[in-house]
Design a protein around this ligand. Structure first.
Ligand SMILES: [Zn+2]
Length: 229
């Protein structure tokens, strides 16, 4: 029980930290600021999970209410840490999977806001993936299958004379994350990915009027689901 509570708190705090990192032009050593007016937040407005769900403080300068996205992201990450800790034994596999979640969160937030994936994050995730493969003593067969699948799709699209709907960052991310999965999990992964992709497209178009939508959150969440369940 203590382990679960600790996992939730660690996950939620890391998520809170990552949301600050994913904001443009923030210095790590500066306090979090109000999204409305940019004034520093008070300590009780910065408690992960609680501040967003329960307090929902309006800023007393500009009356801006913080986005529910923060509370959602912190709670979700906390729950992901709990589930991961309940499946994986304490040790390297758990640590590496938790780092995967944290890097994935940064990529997701960035893709959600700016619809692009930072190259540094891809390099970091690539390094972590190599570490994971080396520890498991596994060759990334799934990555090769995924790369082949993407190439095949691309050829079909070309034949039909349409531009391929995935951006280059999504390509790389799909090939990297596939390395975490066993080949037999790929069909399940693609089904879950389809569902999550549709969901995020609907959610995104509700908020932003653009024909594009960020695909990275769906890719990373689907990978994690296949890793844990
Ligand atoms: Zn404010």
């Amino acid at each position: 029980m203590t382990m679960m509570i600790a996992s939730f708190l660690i996950g939620a705090c890391l998520a809170s930290f990552v949301t600050v990192l994913a904001q443009p032009m923030t210095s790590l050593w500066r306090r979090s600021v109000c999204d409305g007016c940019g004034r520093p937040l008070k300590w009780f407005q910065m408690i992960p999970v609680l501040s967003s769900w329960l307090l929902r403080n309006r800023c007393h300068h500009c009356n801006h209410r913080p986005s529910l996205l923060y509370g959602f992201v912190e709670t979700l990450t906390g729950l992901m840490f709990v589930l991961t800790a309940s499946v994986l034994p304490l040790g390297w596999p758990l640590l590496i999977t938790d780092i995967f979640i944290v890097i994935g969160l940064h990529i997701s937030l960035w893709d959600w806001r700016w619809r692009q994936i930072p190259i540094n994050d891809l390099a970091l995730l690539g390094g972590l993936t190599i570490l994971h493969l080396m520890m498991k003593g596994r060759f990334p067969v799934s990555s090769l299958i995924m790369a082949g699948l993407l190439f095949f799709l691309c050829v079909i699209w070309r034949v039909r004379g349409r531009p391929f709907p995935l951006a280059s960052g999504d390509w790389v991310l799909l090939v990297i994350t596939a390395a975490w999965l066993q080949p037999e999990t790929l069909p399940a992964f693609l089904s879950i990915l389809g569902g999550l992709g549709l969901l995020s497209a609907i959610l995104y178009q509700k908020h932003y009027s653009t024909p594009f939508f960020p695909f990275a959150p769906a890719i990373l969440l689907a990978t994690w689901i296949c890793l844990v369940f």
